[in-house]
Design a protein around this ligand. Structure first.
Ligand code: NAD
Ligand code: WQD
Length: 344
């Protein structure tokens, strides 16, 4: 039996493929490479010494997806595929509704057809909107603040409806906080297209000299130093959470949401300081105005995942920074292999 990984060539998907292969699972990957490159999967193979089938398929193409289920004994799906830029979703909401929601409907149709009813879905802490209470627990009110967040919320709801219609479904909604870091090999990591929107890839690109300075987006929040606080989680810890969720959904049916975060918050300036220490590179910073829609503080109460999945994040912010830096400094142009530097 095999686990189907949609969006497996992407940042979180590729790290999860490594952990699944290490744990002895058979995997099959589907990706349209809209925001990734096949090279990431070659490196997954290099890290693990294992091979697996990869389909260059868009989830919108239900016929090709059907073929994947015909050719493979799929028992569960981990569904990463989708678009994830908040800013882009405000500019092109239809693209987000199509790529995130419609493609999930198509995936579930095919799963239903082949009687595969175990699903782990990549949700996000963004479904909490501006949280009323910190730390944020899974029963906090849900509110989307932008089209991207709305797609995650709608998918969570449609998956709950699916379960209500058929109690044979078993679904884990994993609400990720802020994934950063990279595999310790330095072979796979986050490779954003163009100028990064997120903090850590921006910092690492300043560190290698691709960008001049970090714009600190606001220093007037009610936090220790005025900058925004987030729950950064090492991508390998996050990947391991998927294995725990997979074990859970094969044991019991239902729809369950789990926060995957560390439960600790770090300000922008604290992350910059941790990165400078880990890399020994100074990050020039300029304070600018806040980004519209940003919230002051967001960190998880991860106790439900600990109690019900037996999962807890193990890696600290120092390791997250050191691994992000190893990845970026060994691969200044991401997966553009022409410029890959040999790691010694
Ligand atoms: P990513 O962009 O690196 O990976 C997504 C992958 O899906 C890419 O390889 C892309 O090519 C593929 N894809 C997109 N649309 C597709 C389609 N229609 N058919 C087939 N493949 C398609 O993103 P990521 O950071 O690895 O995120 C994975 C998931 O986790 C996403 O659903 C994202 O919304 C969610 N998430 C990410 C974060 C984060 O900060 N990275 C936080 C919370 C939730
Ligand atoms: C973190 C902190 C910024 C960039 C986003 C999505 C969310 C989820 C994770 C997918 C904030 C500050 C950032 C910069 C800065 N993705 N910052 N300078 O906004 O918490 O979450 O990614 O689901 O949906 O909204 O992450 O990394 O963009 O920002 O000062 O150049 O860093 O203001 O305080 P965010 P981020």
């Amino acid at each position: 039996m095999a686990i189907l990984i949609t969006g497996g060539a992407g940042y979180i998907g590729s790290h999860t493929c490594v952990e699944l292969l290490k744990a002895g699972y058979e995997i099959v990957v589907v990706d349209n490479y809209l925001n990734s490159k096949p090279e990431s999967l070659k490196r997954v193979s290099e890290i693990t010494g294992k091979s697996f089938d990869v389909y260059h398929v868009d989830l919108m193409d239900e016929k090709s997806l059907d073929q994947v289920f015909i050719e493979n004994p799929i028992e569960a799906v981990i569904h990463f595929a989708g678009l994830k830029s908040v800013g882009e979703s405000v500019k092109t909401p239809l693209l987000y509704y199509e790529h995130n929601i419609i493609s999930t409907v198509k995936l579930c149709n095919v799963m239903e057809k082949y009687n595969v009813k175990n699903l782990v879905f990549s949700s996000s802490a963004t479904v909490y909107g501006e949280p009323e209470r910190i730390p944020i627990s899974e029963d906090s009110p849900l509110k989307a603040m932008n089209p991207y967040g709305r797609t995650k919320l709608i998918i969570e709801e449609l998956l709950s409806d699916l379960y209500e219609s058929d109690h044979n479904w078993s679904i884990a909604l994993l609400r990720y906080f802020n994934p950063i870091g990279a595999h310790e090999s330095g072979l796979i990591g986050e490779a954003p297209n163009g100028i990064p929107n997120n903090l850590m890839p921006y910092i690492t690109q300043v560190a290698i000299g691709k960008l001049k300075e970090l714009n600190v987006l606001g220093n007037n929040y009610p936090t220790c130093d005025g900058t925004g606080i987030r729950d950064y989680i090492h991508v390998v810890d996050l990947a391991k959470g998927h294995l725990k969720a997979l074990e859970k959904i094969t044991e019991i049916n239902g729809v369950n949401a789990y926060n995957l975060g560390t439960g600790k918050g770090y300000s922008v300036l604290e992350v910059v300081a941790a990165f400078e220490k880990a890399s020994d590179v100074k990050i020039p910073c300029k304070i600018v105005g806040p980004r519209p829609g940003d919230i002051a503080i967001c960190y998880a109460d991860p106790s439900k995942a600990q109690m019900e999945l037996g999962w807890i994040a193990e890696k600290g912010v120092e390791e997250m920074c050191a691994d992000s830096w190893r990845w970026q400094s060994s691969n200044p142009n991401g997966y553009d292999t022409k410029t890959k530097i040999k790691i010694t």
